[in-house]
Write a protein that binds this ligand. Structure first.
Ligand code: ATP
Ligand code: MG
Length: 426
């Protein structure tokens, strides 16, 4: 991709309410554009990151044995009459359609998935069932804030599981927990599993996945003795400031898993005959991850004063190539030629290159843009580097560049892509 052609350039401007690093840097880097509070357009660079995060989520869900579906975002009111949640979900966007028919925009999907499973699973032989979707959700958050962390429209992966027995449910729940941790690890995030109370869904204990960062609006409490993590709601009131007992950290909730028991299956009368012909109750679980919140969290955790620092796994491109041309036409021709053949070679091998081919833009400006955009590897081709038959190689977290012979670059990039992630110099 040539930067000169890329839609959405870097900008010094940030929304006046850019109250967080992710809102500011993603906007300035040309990744997202705010339409209104909590509502964003993803520009080409931002969409590539979001798509990579979704691909990791999808891969882990598929490995878990779940199957992908896509449900509508427009939900008729009568589904919520069955569960008495029309009034209960306070963040639900409600609208009126033709003929006065009432709808909600999807904020979650138990009311759609439960009747769906009932329509297709008729016998104990059809269970367990695990279905997920990756879909935009809508929540009328009283205060949308912190860029992608709390939107009014945002991306969610929601998984629902259906089981005949508690043991089968628990087995799946633990596997889902492991799959979630794999998702965050692959996205360059260290997530902590914290015990939580169940909110709107159930009184039973559930689990949250929390990423510790000062930018977070949640707090996690880690019991210094047992190492057990929990969210604020289940720490006894009297203990909430007890720093001897708990290590207390600000954090972002990047995922949440809940046992639903029979709350929704009973509401829709989803029961099936067991082997003996007697009706069996269906136990459910639900499991959410916010890919857009994950994207914002990655920026919160991995940035410096110059810009973002993307993990290779979700970076919009693997390599940011900068060519530095000048007044000497003949030298410019050689730079152009080396860059074109390097880009072709890399792209043929599947390496994604963003090539800053702009003319009349200073080296300083190009480097500042590369740091802001945060692609993990920067290569520079200039008269100086070509005099050594080389390109300059600098990883985003490093201070200094080194020279790599042109003929070795492709192979070294291949090795670098295979190597473990490194996001800081320490
Ligand atoms: P929170 O407590 O932060 O309001 P929640 O507990 O209501 O979130 P869930 O209903 O469990 O969230 O949704 C599953 C996941 O969707 C969350 O873990 C989070 O990653 C993401 N998510 C929820 N609300 C938002 C939002 N307003 N903007 C972006 N992502 C969100
Ligand atoms: Mg929550």
């Amino acid at each position: 991709m040539r930067y000169s052609k890329l839609f959405g350039k870097t900008t010094k401007d940030a929304p006046h309410d850019a109250d967080s690093a992710n809102a500011r840097l993603l906007t300035q880097g040309g990744f997202i554009n705010q339409v209104t509070a909590g509502v964003y357009t993803y520009l080409p660079l931002g969409l590539r990151v979001l798509a990579k995060i979704k691909a990791i989520v999808r891969d882990e869900m598929d490995k878990l044995g779940a199957q992908e579906v896509l449900m509508p975002t427009l939900h008729p009111k009568q589904l919520y009459d069955a569960t008495q949640r029309w009034e209960k979900i306070d963040v639900m966007f409600k609208l009126e359609g033709a003929g006065g028919k009432e709808y909600a925009l999807s904020s979650t999907a138990e009311e759609v998935i439960t009747p769906l499973v009932k329509a297709y699973a008729h016998s104990y032989r059809d269970f367990p069932v695990a279905l997920y979707q990756i879909q935009d959700k809508f929540r009328n958050e009283p205060r949308a804030k912190s860029g992608l962390l709390r939107g009014r429209e945002f991306s969610m992966k929601d998984l629902y599981s259906f089981h005949l027995t508690e043991a089968d449910f628990l087995d799946f729940y633990e596997k889902a927990k492991a799959a979630y941790l794999a998702v965050y690890r692959r996205c360059g995030l260290d997530a902590i599993v914290a015990a939580a109370s169940g909110g709107v869904f159930t009184e039973k204990n559930s689990h949250e996945f929390q990423v510790a960062t000062p930018a977070g609006e949640d707090k996690i409490y880690i019991d210094r003795k047992t190492g057990e993590a929990m969210n604020k709601e289940i720490v006894p009131e009297a203990d909430q400031e007890n720093e001897e007992k708990y290590e207390i950290m600000k954090s972002i909730e990047v995922g949440n898993i809940f046992p639903l028991e029979c709350r929704f299956s009973n509401a829709f009368d989803l029961k099936v005959p067991g082997p003996d012909g007697k009706l069996v109750d269906i136990l459910m679980g639900c499991y959410g991850i916010g890919p857009s919140r994950v994207m914002g969290s990655i920026v919160e955790v991995h940035h410096d004063d110059r810009g973002m620092i993307w993990p290779k796994s979700v970076a919009p491109h693997h390599v940011h190539l900068v060519t530095l041309t000048g007044k000497d036409e003949e030298a410019n021709g050689r730079i152009q030629e080396s860059a074109t053949s390097l880009v072709d070679e890399l792209e043929d091998a599947g390496t994604e290159v963003l090539w800053d081919d702009r003319e009349g833009v200073s080296a300083g400006e190009k480097f500042a843009d590369a740091d802001l955009i945060g692609i993990p590897l920067r290569l520079v081709i200039s008269t100086k580097s070509l005099a050594e038959g080389s390109v300059e190689w600098k990883e985003r977290y490093e201070q200094d560049a080194r020279l790599v012979k042109l003929e070795n670059v492709a192979e070294q990039i291949h090795e670098w892509l295979e190597a473990p992630e490194r996001l800081t110099s320490h």
